[in-house]
Write a protein that binds this ligand. Sequence first.
Ligand code: DGL
Length: 270
Amino acid sequence: MSNERPIGFIDSGVGGLTVVKEAMRQLPNEEILYLGDTARCPYGPRPAEQVIEFTWQMTRFLLKKNIKMLVIACNTATAVALDEIKKNVDIPVIGVIQPGSRAALKASDTGRVGIIGTIGTVKSGSYKHELQEKAPDTHVSSLACPKFVPIVESNQFNSSVAKKIVSQTLAPLKKEKLDTLILGCTHYPLLRPIIQNVIGQQVTLIDSGAETVNDVSTLLDYFNLNNYEQTDTKARNFYTTGSPKMFKDIASEWLNITNLNVEHIELGGK
Ligand code: DGL
């Protein structure tokens, strides 16, 4: 098995780029293939069966490109599709929920942990389950923030509208005396400064996606899959089912890459 094969990342849109950013920092030799299903974003309000179907479509697309590992860089998809995909493909598959939960338990002193995510992720109870399975006394407050993903996808995450929406949405969590808050959606790290400001500097924010890259690194070691060849930015290819321009605007700024290779692809129906 060639170690120069790329690692595949999938998300409903640009959110998984927060995971890619960390992967580029920690694993600069690795080739990256990214697919964002922007045309059908958000996944958060969709029924689980549909999210599973879409996640399979993305997975199959990247498997055809000969990836050596798959990162489901989307909490909503991880919550409902990770186990099934893991069982049915023959490369290592990683989701973002376990690493995020582990990091939160490590960070929390008081055991009062908050989780914010999409409707689908919160409804799945996956974070609560992970946290309380390991540390049963953890007090978990979960909140769905369905307005956050559209702000990010429309490239408005630095706007005054973003500040207002984040502040209104997170108001119920401020009473919870949290010491740790999990950003349980890979889109949310783009709103991180605003979220931190609203929730207070005393609360530790956990970026579940970035934590996942530690696991990617561990698995590359374990399966002997590290790429020891130097790579360049051409080895990072991005696909979107939506507008390449909007994707490129957000991705270039977030990843700080100017000549980003973004291609439009079709995956299936709405
Ligand atoms: N970025 C995704 C997540 O981590 C999904 C956002 C959405 O499509 O609703 O859950």
